[in-house]
Design a binder for this molecule. Structure first.
Ligand SMILES: [Zn+2]
Length: 157
């Protein structure tokens, strides 16, 4: 599978400071700023963040969803793991998939101070910006994306 980097593919993990990768450069500026502040502080703790996914074009998201339907056997099962182009926070540049495990552990402990929150219990790598989390902490996790009201918009039947 060789989707283009210009469509948001991340064929190998990249640093959060990589402005040459569209998956990173096309993220919402507020999310990217928070992510870079967190990554700089994590680096001082000896933890390096990598980006495994970020902004994606609608076409690339559709390709990923179609692949997930093949893998999981139905649109309903696929929707637990991959959003449609109409609902994905990746397509709008408002979600980033972070690795490795040490970085995710650092973020789960410190991320809320930057407004960076895990959203889905089944996706410990997927982070979005929740500015109110700086003061109030991150909101409760959804079990998986099918429980997220945002994902119900645009679902096909
Ligand atoms: Zn994600």
């Amino acid at each position: 599978m060789s989707y283009r980097r210009s469509a948001g593919a991340v064929p190998y993990p990249v640093r959060v400071f990589d402005d040459d990768t569209p998956a990173v450069a096309n993220l919402d500026p507020a999310l990217l700023g928070a992510l870079r502040r967190a990554a700089a502080d994590a680096a001082a703790d000896g933890v390096e963040f990598v980006v495994n996914g970020g902004w994606r074009s609608p076409e690339y998201q559709a390709h990923l969803f179609a692949a997930a339907v093949l893998k999981y056997g139905s649109e309903e099962a696929a929707a637990r793991w991959v959003a449609t182009p109409g609902t994905s926070a990746h397509v709008s540049g408002n979600a980033v998939d972070i690795g490795p495990a040490e970085a995710r552990a650092w973020l789960s402990e410190h991320g809320s101070a930057y407004g960076l929150c895990q959203i889905y219990r089944n996706e410990p790598w997927h982070y979005e910006l929740r500015p109110e989390a700086v003061e109030h902490g991150c909101p409760p996790l959804y079990a998986d994306p099918t429980h997220d009201p945002r994902m119900r918009r645009g679902r096909t039947a």
